[in-house]
Design a protein around this ligand. Structure first.
Ligand code: ADP
Length: 202
């Protein structure tokens, strides 16, 4: 179970929705727990407070996680709200997992790079592309900086080919390029699609 890397490093797991990113994060974190490593898992929260939560895969597996509003909250949580991350008194977890990493802002990059420098194995899971198939937020930069990248595929719901994209449907229709990322009150759904069957209305 020993990591092939000598010290801290960054592993990134990407792919479209339903590609098994959460499953793969859960798999890696579970192995670290079996090896009795100290592990902390985070995911984005919609409210301001820390709260106990779970990372769940679409297939139903779960692990414990802490829901946080932003990267600063992860930093504060790891520092016990007290001293800074760089302080030698702070005992960091050996492994930090972060799910839905695309929803964290630009502060996520500096945080995970600090953690890797401080000796932590950081495992990020997130969407590489948004519903338009455009690179998603901070993820492209972290893909470039990672020691390890795993790009997963789902199954295209139209043809069964490997799906690399997340199809957004609003009222059953492909979403428009200009639609806001959060549409209040809309009946929306997502499907895994291949390049051929992914549609964005212009
Ligand atoms: P992600 O975190 O990438 O959204 P999850 O780990 O939550 O993925 O879920 C992956 C699971 O989703 C698969 O193991 C499978 O049970 C289920 N699933 C549902 N639709 C699809 C699809 N179109 N292609 C592949 N898996 C799918």
């Amino acid at each position: 179970l020993k990591s092939p890397y000598h010290g801290g490093h960054l592993e990134v797991i990407v792919g479209p929705m339903f590609s098994g990113k959460s499953e793969e994060l859960i798999r890696r974190v579970t192995r670290a727990v079996i090896a009795r490593q100290r592990v902390a898992v985070f995911k984005p929260a919609i409210d301001d407070r820390y709260h106990a939560a779970h990372v769940a895969s679409h297939a139903g597996r779960t692990i414990e996680a802490v829901a946080v509003r932003d990267a600063a909250a992860i930093r504060a949580h790891l520092a016990g709200e007290g001293p800074l991350l760089s302080s030698p008194e702070v005992e960091l977890p050996e492994v930090v997992g972060i799910d839905e990493a695309q929803f964290f802002g630009p502060d996520l990059g500096p945080l995970v790079l600090d953690l890797a420098e401080a000796g932590v194995r950081v495992i990020l899971a997130g969407l590489d592309l948004d519903f338009r198939a455009e690179p998603f937020g901070c993820i492209p930069d972290l893909l470039a900086r990672a020691e390890s990248v795993e790009k997963l595929t789902a199954i295209c719901t139209v043809c069964g080919a490997p799906a690399t994209r997340s199809q957004r449907l609003i009222g059953g229709q492909p979403a428009r390029f200009d639609d806001p990322v959060v549409l209040v009150g809309a009946q929306e759904a997502y499907e895994a699609r291949c390049r051929v069957h992914h549609e964005v209305r212009r």
